[in-house]
Write a protein that binds this ligand. Structure first.
Ligand SMILES: Cc1cc2nc3c(=O)[nH]c(=O)nc-3n(C[C@H](O)[C@H](O)[C@H](O)COP(=O)(O)O)c2cc1C
Length: 412
């Protein structure tokens, strides 16, 4: 994850100097190696190992590696880091790694149905881009519309954040499918009414209120690097004053189904349902808010039990692989959000990068289900999981061994 790249260990990436895109470093190294290795008059690739054209990703790790090469170190740390000691961030991965999948064999798995629904809308894959606020426009000129188009092209939905650029309208206008709008409250009721009216007029399909950001997590990597992300826009105190009755009012005002994002206990799941949530979204903000919390997957089961079928359940937190998605589905999530992986894909390949990431997720999920002997995600449940000891040190990069190695050694 947030890389083990102290300034001393890796003088090439000083946050103080204008960070050098890793792409430049890589090109230099690749050129030198290729020239030295080329024997006169012979093919440069006697083993047939042709170099892929840039931007062609056959694996999720290539997407992550490309993002790592491209992104200046402080931006990488902002995306991949968490709050304070980053314990919640690591527990998201540790919780996923602590579960093994069971496999059954000799099942005809030529056809696998991984379709699901969200509030009655069909999703071809049980994965969607989570809201990642203003980050989109840090790494892409268009942000919201690009993510919306990529998601819809792969048959899924996207959550568009309040801070997404250029506007909430632009993202929804970019696609036919009705998306989900994610709200941060930065003003009084008149301010909220203004936003909710725009959400409705833009024809979003649902309102997602994020409830785990009443204070802005202390992301010390950003504080130390001086990356100007600070606490977002507007007056944060309105977000800090939110209560359950506000959710009821917002749902009435917008006239759309309500998603409560950031639920991490059975008690709050119960309250969310009581106050009209149609969807309970299990999340700890990717480990960016409360430190020393539980991993998302660790709380999923208690939330699903508390909801008891009265609302739909979504989840996110540490998801970087098809296996992660399948584990969350086994514990009762209907679909799973990706935050960091979305940021990586957008940085690595723009809109096409996000579409490719979702496609590769689909490939991975299909392989996982096939190898488990499962032909439909409806067959999934806790019976497919076993608790196991965690191997290695879980972190946001540990799901990708090549990336982990690159980050550890500093080699692109
Ligand atoms: C760079 C970044 C920006 C985010 N911005 C928002 C936001 O504006 N609104 C929100 O509800 N969640 C936000 N999140 C949290 C994500 O929606 C999601 O809950 C989280 O990233 C999931 O964990 P993962 O990153 O391990 O996949 C952000 C996450 C990241 C990484």
């Amino acid at each position: 994850m947030a890389a083990s790249r102290s300034k001393k260990k890796n003088p090439g990436r000083k946050p103080s100097a204008k960070p050098k895109p890793r792409a430049a470093v890589k090109t230099a190294v690749t050129r030198r190696t290729a020239a030295a290795a080329k024997p006169a008059g012979k093919s440069a690739n006697p083993l047939g190992l042709e170099k892929k054209p840039p931007g062609q990703f056959d694996t999720l790790q290539e997407i992550a590696l490309e993002a790592w090469r491209k992104m200046p170190a402080p931006v990488w740390d902002h995306l991949m880091g968490g709050s304070d000691s980053e314990m919640t961030l690591r527990r998201n991965r540790a919780g996923l790694d602590a579960l093994a999948l069971r496999q059954r064999v000799l099942v005809d798995v030529r056809n696998i149905d991984m379709g699901t629904t969200l509030l009655g809308q069909k999703l071809d894959i049980p994965v969607f881009p989570a809201p990642v606020g203003g980050f989109l426009s840090k790494v892409h000129h268009e942000g919201g519309p690009a993510v919306a188009r990529a998601a819809v092209s792969r048959g899924t939905t996207a959550f568009i954040a309040t801070a997404a650029k250029p506007s909430l309208e632009a993202a929804q206008e970019a696609v036919e499918r009705r998306l989900v709008f994610q709200l941060y409250v930065r003003g009084d009721r008149t301010w909220i009414e203004g936003i909710l009216d725009r959400v409705r007029a833009a024809q979003y399909g649902a309102l997602c209120v994020t409830v785990d950001r009443n204070y802005y997590g202390r992301r010390e990597r950003d504080i130390v690097s001086g990356l100007p992300v600070k606490e977002g826009f507007g007056d944060q105190s309105y977000q800090a004053s939110l209560n359950w009755k506000d959710l009821v009012w917002m749902k009435e005002r917008v006239g759309l189904p309500l998603i409560a994002k950031g639920i991490a206990t059975a008690e709050d799941a119960e309250l969310a349902v009581e106050h009209g949530a149609d969807v309970v979204y299990v999340s700890n903000h990717g480990g960016r808010q409360l430190d020393h919390g539980q991993g998302s997957i660790e709380v999923l089961e208690e939330v699903v039990k508390a909801v008891a079928g009265r609302a739909e359940v979504l989840a996110d937190g540490g998801v970087l692989r098809g296996t992660d998605v399948v584990k969350m589905l086994c514990l009762g999530a209907r679909a799973v959000g990706v935050g960091k992986l979305l940021g990586l894909a957008l940085s690595a390949g723009g809109e096409r990068g996000v579409a490719r990431m979702l496609e590769l997720m689909e490939v991975e999920i299909r392989h996982v289900l096939g190898l488990m002997g499962v032909t439909s995600i409806r067959q999934l449940g806790p019976q497919w999981l076993r608790e196991v000891p965690v191997l290695g040190t879980p972190s946001p990069v540990s799901a990708y061994p090549l990336l982990e190695e690159a980050v550890r050694t500093g080699r692109a």
